[in-house]
Design a protein around this ligand. Sequence first.
Ligand SMILES: Cc1cc2nc3c(=O)[nH]c(=O)nc-3n(C[C@H](O)[C@H](O)[C@H](O)COP(=O)(O)OP(=O)(O)OC[C@H]3O[C@@H](n4cnc5c(N)ncnc54)[C@H](O)[C@@H]3O)c2cc1C
Length: 413
Amino acid sequence: MSPNSSTDRILIAGAGPVGMITGLALAQAGVPVTVFDTLADVPADHRASTLHPSTLAMVDRLGMTGSLIEQGLLSPIFQFRDRVAGRLVAEFDYGNLADDPTVEVPYPFALQVEQHKTILTAYGIAKDLPDFQILREHTVMEVAQDADGVTATVETADGARQEFSGRFLIGCDGGRSQVRKVLEIDFPGFTWEERFIIVSTHYDFEAADGFGYRNYLAHPERWSALIKVPGEEKEGVWRSLFPAFGDAPDEEVLTDDWIQARYRECLPYDPPYEILHRNLYMVHQRVAASFRAGRVLLAGDAAHVNNPVGGMGMNSGIHDGLNLADKLVRIWRGEAEAEVELARYDRQRRPMAEKYVQAQSIRNKELLQETDMAVRQQRLDELAATAGDPARHRAFLRNAALYTMIEEADAIE
Ligand SMILES: Cc1cc2nc3c(=O)[nH]c(=O)nc-3n(C[C@H](O)[C@H](O)[C@H](O)COP(=O)(O)OP(=O)(O)OC[C@H]3O[C@@H](n4cnc5c(N)ncnc54)[C@H](O)[C@@H]3O)c2cc1C
């Protein structure tokens, strides 16, 4: 193994949305980066689908937002429905943030766009920058550091190992982060008992029943989420998220029969539905015990994971990456002390991940699945009252779009 000669750079493990966008931000500021990813290509699997207004504003300065808007669906409105009573409980409209005096919102809507398109949009800009390098089929296996820098041991597809050196390393390598593991950083939290299944169809739920592009349906056993994404030809694809309770084996849960039964229970409009994709997975709520160990930082799912109700995982991960990129640029230019800035990154982002992303995503899921009918009624009524009061409506939106979190994090010294 011979150490790579380009030591004066930042290494990033993982080219998901967080690693790719963080790499783009650094390279645009003239900081050389090398991004490693295990995979040969960006997978077009069904993961995050919503970019909130705060994220659209942040990636605008990287030149991404115009292209994302061209590829996505503008989605100002999201709905909560009660499947027991068969009623629309509350409708929230990001358009109400346009004239909110407390926050500047240049894009008062969410954008529905598939995760891989967000990654490819960042890559499309980054690939032409002289300071951006990406090495695919390169898996970060080990990380060592001393007072001056870091060394990553990277394995290529043929099993060969090579060392790369840099000044800092960012672990953006997802929920099962190898970087977090080799640093022996704890990942406390819990795993939800039920599995989640994401399925998709072309069936037009907007035409069938006036659904918006992001909908949450409360039911004590059969709650669900219904989201529209553009699809590869902009033909419109509706994704449903259903809980998979019980001990039915994965193979059974993934069958057409099982999925059609959930569709009938949760969205009984015109079954059977054409099923385009299906994806079954376990969902966790966890936050790393530290987002930093010396010159190595964690961002995105490597640092925190949560359930997808509210669409906060990828958004808050991108916010981590851009917060960190700003600090690393200042350090790189000699404008700030590494020790001070990197400690502040952990102080700003870690407690806020707990306070906002974890708490809110858990609350969102619990609202949908509440089984105590009196509590359920009270919570849904409360939500309806929030939507009906202009000031509370806007406060709810600031929270949902993560503006409140950003503001509180940025105020931490
Ligand atoms: C099935 C599923 C569905 C989801 N649905 C939603 C949703 O509907 N809404 C929502 O907001 N969020 C959702 N999420 C979460 C969202 O996808 C994540 O928050 C987001 O992907 C985080 O981005 P990331 O870049 O931190 O990590 P990832 O997207 O996981 O990217 C990590 C990257 O690192 C690479 N990698 C891993 N290990 C290494 C290594 N050792 N060396 C080099 N490269 C490595 C991987 O190949 C990958 O490209 C979902 C997640 C899953 C798994």
